[in-house]
Design a protein around this ligand. Structure first.
Ligand SMILES: Nc1ncnc2c1ncn2[C@@H]1O[C@H](COP(=O)(O)OP(=O)(O)OP(=O)(O)O)[C@@H](O)[C@H]1O
Ligand SMILES: [Mg+2]
Length: 255
């Protein structure tokens, strides 16, 4: 039987409650995502994509609506339970990387393992394994300010993968990478998805990247405007459908 991984019902997010200008960034959005699914989120800038994935993954708490992750209701968790739950289940890649400038790349990648009190040998082993996969071994002794944007992005990805998460939540994880590196990252994600059943919820602006997913959600004005499934389509056919969906949007600019 398919196992539910994220079940969000009628999620609304209002920013600035209690101020003179509250803003509803998500309106009554629902999603049922099963284990092993790879869901991509697209849509115009400011449409609510980051708000959507943050509210569905414990990073933020919705104003209204419920979110269950692996059968646990997020709102019911204590801060301590939430911390443990994130460590055991979720790997985050943020739009702005969120690396710590005062730590080396090695230490940045090791942060989640250090917080979980893993022993030093295993930490070293894991950090080296994931760095090799992401081709950043040569940067391990450096600080974030001494790395390129693309390297920092790969470090943020390494930090998300080092805990072996069951769900990867990623906000434009390839926004700073060239096409060769983007392709390599997506191949790595796809491999984790297909061979280890890792579920992925990912925002991207790039139809080529989105064509690796099994389902695409198009968000507009804080709502899910449309949805496409890859099922039965080749990656190329799926890609063209995604391009079409996005170009309908750009078309409006010229009308
Ligand atoms: N903390 C906040 N307070 C008030 N408004 C916010 C806040 N965060 C986001 N918003 C607003 O909510 C809307 C959705 O923002 P969000 O960051 O989710 O967009 P996005 O689709 O991820 O855009 P982008 O593609 O540019 O990253 C935007 O209009 C934004 O201005
Ligand atoms: Mg965003």
């Amino acid at each position: 039987m398919k196992k539910e991984i994220i079940h969000a019902t009628q999620v609304t997010k209002i920013y600035g409650i209690g101020t003179s200008h509250p803003y509803t960034a998500l309106h009554d959005v629902s999603l049922l995502m099963y284990e092993g699914e790879f869901v991509c989120v697209m849509g115009p800038s400011g449409a609510g994509k980051s708000t959507f994935i943050n509210n569905l993954s414990t990073i933020d708490i919705p104003t209204k609506g419920t979110v269950y992750i692996q059968g646990e209701e997020v709102r019911q968790m204590s801060p301590k339970q939430m911390g443990e739950f994130r460590y055991k289940n979720l790997g985050f890649i943020f739009q702005e990387f969120n690396l710590l400038d005062s730590l080396t790349i090695f230490e940045n990648i090791a942060v989640p393992l250090t917080l979980a009190n893993m022993n030093h040998e295993e930490i070293t082993q894991r950090v080296h394994d994931v760095s090799r996969k992401l081709d950043i071994e040569a940067t391990l002794h450096k600080y974030p300010s001494e790395c390129s944007g693309g390297q920092r992005q790969r470090v943020a990805i390494a930090r998300a993968l080092v805990t072996h998460p069951k769900v990867i939540v990623a906000d434009e994880p390839t926004g700073n990478l060239d096409s060769k590196n983007s392709h390599e990252i997506l191949s790595l994600f796809k491999q984790l998805n297909e061979t280890e059943g890792v579920s992925i919820l990912m925002v991207t602006h790039d139809p080529k990247i989105a064509s690796y997913s099994s389902k695409l959600l198009y968000i507009k004005d804080g709502m899910i405007d449309s949805e496409i499934k890859r099922e039965g389509l080749s990656q190329k056919e799926y890609f063209y459908k995604i391009v079409d969906l996005n170009s309908n949007e750009s078309q409006e600019l010229f009308e």
